[in-house]
Ligand binder design. Structure first.
Ligand SMILES: Nc1nc2c(ncn2[C@@H]2O[C@H](COP(=O)(O)OP(=O)(O)OP(=O)(O)O)[C@@H](O)[C@H]2O)c(=O)[nH]1
Ligand SMILES: [Mg+2]
Length: 422
C-alpha cells in the first residue's frame, strides 16, 4: 500500500461506521466492515474494481476483486489488492492484507470521508436488535473451544431469550413459582456460562517434591514446568491453558507448600497461596510417606471431613473445592494399590512417571467443574449483566414485587426496555 501524501477530501456528514472484525495481530487476511446507508458509495470512492463496474452497481452477495487506492488523482494508480462484497444494502465487507498497515490505511481513508471508525464490540452492541445476541457475538470471539462455542451459539440463536420469555409468560399467567424456578435454574447455569469465554482455573498444590510439576506436564502433554528431584524446585506460579473434554482450563503449577526460612522459597509459597485463593478447583497432590501418614491420621479421626496434605499454616479456604491425588503410585506394589483402593476411595492414584491414572485425573477435574454439562439448546447465561438482571428478578420475586421481576427480565433480553433499577 502506498504512503503517498494526498490531500484529503473534506469530511462530510456521514452515518457510516467502519470496524475491523478480524482478530488483532498479524493474519493472512483482515476484514473491515463498513456499515451505513452510504456504505457502498463510500467504499467505491477508494475501490477500483478489476472489471468495469463499481461496487454500488453490483448485486448484494457478489464478490468483487480490485485495488484500494487513495481515491484521488495522486494515488489513482497505486494501491493494495482487496476483495470487497456488499453484504446487504447498508453493509460492505472489505477483505485486505492481514498486516496492520493495510488495515490502518483503509480505516484512515474511510475516516477522511467522515466514516466513524469504531471498536467492533461497541458497534455490535449498538447495532444488534437483541442485547443477548450482541453479547454472544462478543463471547464467541473469545471462546477457545468448539464445545464452548456451541453453547454460545445456542444462546445466540435464542436459547436464553426463550427461557427468559417463558419466565415472563409464567409471571403474566400468575405463576410466580414457575418463573422463580426458571430464574433459579438460569442463575445456577451461570457457573458454567461464566467460563465459556474465560477458562476455569485449576491449581495444583501440595508439599514439595510430590510430582506437581510432573503432573501438570502430563496433563498438558508437553514439558511446561521444570521437574527436578529436589524439594522446592518450583518457585513461581507456572500456568498454561489446555482443553479437557472440550472445556478451556488454565492449569497452574505452584511452589511446594511448606514452612520455609528461605525468603525466596517463602515468596513462592505466598504466590501459591494467592493462586489457590483465586482457584475454581484445587488439585491437592501428595505421596505416601510422612505427609501420607498424617493424612491417614486425619482421615481416621474424621472420615467425613476432607483430608489435607498441607501444613497447618497452608490450609485450604473451605469455599474452594478440592480433589485429592496420591502421586507416584508406580512406587507402590500391586497389593498396596489394591488395599488403598478399598480404604482411600476418595483419593485418585496417579503416576506422572508411567501415565497411570492421568486420564482419570483429567476426567475427575472435568466432573468437578462441569457436573452437569449443558444439553443442546439449553439456556445458559454467560455475562455479568445477564446475571445481575436475573439476580434482581430473583430478589423481586422473593419480595413478591412481580411487576419489577417482569420488568427486570424484559430488560435482560430487550434493548428497548429500560434497565432495571438495582
Ligand atoms: N517414581 C515417580 N517419580 C515421580 C513421579 N512424579 C514425579 N516424580 C519425580 O519426583 C521428583 C519431583 O518431581 P516434581 O514434579 O518436580 O515435583 P514437585 O511437586 O513439582 O516439586 P516442587 O516444585 O519442589 O514442589 C522428580 O525427580 C520427578 O521425576 C511419579 O509419578 N513417580
Ligand atoms: Mg514443581
Amino acid at each position: 500500500m502506498s504512503d503517498s501524501a494526498t490531500a484529503a477530501p473534506p469530511a462530510t456528514e456521514c452515518d457510516a461506521t467502519a470496524v475491523v472484525v478480524s482478530p488483532s495481530g498479524r493474519g493472512a487476511v483482515a476484514v473491515v466492515v463498513v456499515d451505513g446507508t452510504d456504505a457502498a458509495r463510500l467504499v467505491d470512492a477508494c475501490f477500483r474494481p478489476a472489471a468495469a463496474r463499481g461496487l454500488a452497481a453490483r448485486a448484494v452477495g457478489r464478490i468483487v476483486f480490485g485495488r484500494w487506492t487513495t481515491g484521488d488523482a495522486a494515488g489513482e494508480n497505486i494501491g493494495e489488492e482487496v476483495v470487497v462484497c456488499r453484504k446487504s444494502d447498508t453493509q460492505v465487507e472489505v477483505h485486505c492484507h492481514g498486516g496492520a498497515a493495510a488495515v490502518a490505511r483503509i480505516l484512515d481513508d474511510l475516516a477522511k470521508r467522515g466514516v466513524n471508525v469504531a471498536d467492533w464490540r461497541k458497534w455490535r452492541t449498538q447495532s444488534a436488535a437483541d442485547p443477548v445476541e450482541a453479547e454472544a457475538d462478543i463471547a464467541l470471539a473469545a471462546a477457545t473451544t468448539e464445545r464452548a462455542a456451541r453453547v454460545l451459539l445456542d444462546q445466540r440463536h435464542g436459547a436464553l431469550r426463550r427461557a427468559v420469555d417463558k419466565a415472563i409468560e409464567a409471571l403474566d399467567d400468575g405463576a410466580p413459582d414457575c418463573a422463580a424456578a426458571i430464574v433459579a435454574r438460569l442463575l445456577d447455569r451461570y457457573r458454567i456460562g461464566r467460563h465459556l469465554a474465560a477458562p476455569w482455573r485449576v491449581v495444583l498444590a501440595g508439599p514439595p517434591n510430590v510430582g506437581k510439576s510432573s503432573l501438570i506436564n502430563r496433563l498438558l502433554g508437553y514439558e511446561r514446568a521444570i521437574v527436578f528431584d529436589q524439594p522446592g524446585t518450583t518457585r513461581d506460579v507456572v500456568s498454561a491453558t489446555t482443553a479437557l473434554d472440550g472445556w478451556a482450563i488454565e492449569l497452574s503449577d505452584t511452589a511446594g507448600l511448606r514452612e520455609s526460612s528461605d525468603a525466596l522459597e517463602q515468596a513462592g509459597v505466598d504466590r501459591a497461596r494467592a493462586q489457590i485463593e483465586r482457584a475454581d478447583l484445587v488439585v491437592l497432590v501428595d505421596v505416601d510417606g510422612e505427609t501420607g501418614d498424617r493424612r491417614q491420621e486425619q482421615h481416621s479421626e474424621n472420615p467425613l471431613s476432607p483430608v489435607s496434605c498441607l501444613p497447618p499454616s497452608c490450609t485450604l479456604p473451605p469455599s474452594i473445592p478440592a480433589l485429592q491425588v496420591l502421586n507416584k503410585s508406580d512406587l507402590r506394589s500391586g497389593d498396596e494399590l489394591r488395599a488403598a483402593a478399598s480404604t482411600e476411595r476418595d483419593l485418585l492414584h496417579t503416576s506422572a512417571k508411567t501415565g497411570q491414572g492421568i486420564a482419570e485425573l483429567a476426567a475427575a477435574i472435568v466432573a468437578r467443574l462441569v457436573a452437569e454439562p449443558p444439553s443442546p439448546g439449553e439456556a445458559v447465561p454467560f455475562t455479568g449483566r445477564q446475571t445481575q438482571c436475573l439476580e434482581r428478578a430473583a430478589c423481586a420475586l422473593r419480595e413478591q414485587r412481580l411487576h419489577d421481576a417482569s420488568a427486570g427480565l424484559r430488560g435482560m433480553i430487550d434493548r428497548q426496555w429500560p434497565a432495571p433499577s438495582p
